[in-house]
Design a protein around this ligand. Sequence first.
Ligand SMILES: [Zn+2]
Length: 373
Amino acid sequence: MKKFVQIYTGGVSGRNISIPQIEKKLDSMEGHKPDGIIVGWSLEKQIYSYLRDYTNKRGIELYLWFQVLSEFKSLGDFREIETIGGRRLRSAVFDGDEEFSFYCPSHPDTLHHLTDIFETYFSDIAFDGVLLDRIRFPSLAADRNALFACSCPFCMKKLEKRGIGRKEIEKIHMQVKERNSLLCIKEYKNGNYIFDSPELEAYLNARTELITDMVKALAGYFRTKGMKVGLDLFAPFLSLFVGQDYAALSKSADFIKPMLYRHTYTPAGMEYELEGMAGEMAGRMKQIIGMEEGRLTDFMEKELETAGELSSCEIYAGMEIHTVRELPSVSAWSIREGVERMEKRGCRGRIASWNILEASKENLLAFMEGEGR
Ligand SMILES: [Zn+2]
């Protein structure tokens, strides 16, 4: 199984991470060599240069962790995401400097701004590949109205081609509100939902295409530069609600990293997202999708299997080896248990998420050791 580690250097303005600090953390792996390092997304070139040199000397791949539909607002004139009725969505900040406000995937300038940002700030470094993150609509945990984003004229034009206009979206909006049911969800099986509302089902499926089109274009751009492309995706059971279609997206990728976070109660954390989107019906939703109390590792394993079945590229499981400081920490025991399940499932890779600089040496070693322990 391949092993990748992620290093978070902070948002655009950085976190004043020093090179000796990174060096010390990499040394603490006691000779375990990762197959790849994924780093981003501050604009501090010296960090990338250092890591390129470090990885070249050791035959390790270097990936840029690149944000697609949020985080770079200050670097480009992006069009903010819209929801029906022109309402703006709530955004949130996590982990100090991670900013979750989103922009529209369909506006013709979005792609240009992103490639400009890459050219201006990152293209001097010979990265082997890129991990595309935030390729999604905002999650329902942040704002329930996110279900109806983006409904700007550019997105509507694409949806209308699939027979979904404002009238249809208003109708779905009413259905979801009136029935007061769990988003009309009836069943979840093998990564697919069946809804009580065929209109909602058609809309959610059509909406994924807005994200797929954007990713296809951006992945194509990086491919022409000879770079590999990885995708950071929500767990399969959450993906439809943020516009991610594993099967379609996997055609544009070398690997997918499903964020199968069992512990962290922050964005992309499986329980955090479920409880945020389902609210007081969280218990019912857990029942439908088969997430049993205290058995999140079993659920993770099932979702990992689903991700593999849906995708035509390799799956590198994303597992958190730390969480934000205010929350109970992740144990080395649980990391070992997670790694074992991934090995059992024949997973091709695993990614230590999302910042080894914040993880303890014990946790990092538990992640790196895995097989042959
Ligand atoms: Zn839009």
